[in-house]
Design a protein around this ligand. Structure first.
Ligand SMILES: Cc1cc2nc3c(=O)[nH]c(=O)nc-3n(C[C@H](O)[C@H](O)[C@H](O)COP(=O)(O)O)c2cc1C
Length: 214
């Protein structure tokens, strides 16, 4: 245990042993995320999402993980955003979670597919009305002349949908990353970090495990 680990009451050794005995990276991911939710000051579900841009130039931005299962990791966004355009051209992504309080990261990469409409509808319906209005009003990633343009668009929508439910905008939905690689990383003293890589050749194939040099 390093001094930071001692302060936090964590045992790095114990966590890595648990990590190696896990055959299912989604189970391991779930247990790390649950720990991070207890220790991170905010947004333990935040991840950096990288996509393939035009001419091969990568793009990266933070997003929030909505949910995960053995099928993959789901997030929601504007479909006509820069990331949406990139995912339409190259439906694959890489993502990384970094939990500073735990000194751990999880990296993953794989193909991306759209989330089913009924699922996107029900998640949209569960969001606060202000977020629904913002999703309608924003033309995410497009140039905005001035802030007043956005505020006016919100006011207009408020009047148009006064006392009516807002449907999901056609330009808003979800994506599912289906990881073919998932790497779990734990900080260790003297840069002797521990890395465990899970890989599979398709979403139906079995996972294989290997350790990597730090
Ligand atoms: C912590 C955090 C969480 C975010 N979550 C989301 C999200 O879930 N969906 C989303 O579209 N943008 C989210 N954003 C905004 C994105 O980082 C980004 O500004 C936006 O999606 C436009 O990206 P793009 O132009 O590359 O498409 C989040 C930003 C931060 C800092």
């Amino acid at each position: 245990m390093n001094s930071y680990g001692a302060e936090m009451g964590l045992s790095w050794r114990a966590s890595f042993d648990a990590l190696r005995s896990s055959a299912d990276p989604f189970v391991l991911f779930g247990s790390w995320l649950a720990e991070a939710k207890k220790t991170e000051p905010s947004d333990a579900n935040a991840m950096a999402l990288a996509t393939v841009g035009t001419r091969g130039l990568p793009g990266v931005r933070m997003i929030l993980l909505n949910s995960y299962s053995a099928d993959g990791l789901v997030f929601f966004s504007h479909l006509d955003s820069a990331k949406g355009a990139e995912l339409a051209l190259a439906p694959k992504a890489a993502a990384v979670f970094h939990w500073k309080t735990l000194r751990r990261q999880v990296r993953l990469r794989g193909p991306v597919e759209p989330v089913e409409d009924d699922r996107a509808d029900s998640y949209f319906a569960s969001r606060p009305r202000a977020s629904q209005l913002a999703a309608w009003a924003s033309r995410q990633s497009r140039p905005l002349q001035d802030r007043a343009t956005l505020i006016n668009a919100i006011s207009e929508l408020e009047s148009r949908y006064a006392s009516r439910e807002l449907p999901r905008p056609p330009h808003w939905g979800g994506y599912r990353i289906i990881p073919l690689h998932m790497e779990f990383w734990i900080n260790q003293p003297s840069r002797l970090h521990e890395r465990l890589l899970f890989e599979r050749t398709s979403s139906r194939a079995a996972w294989s495990q290997s350790q990597l040099f730090p």
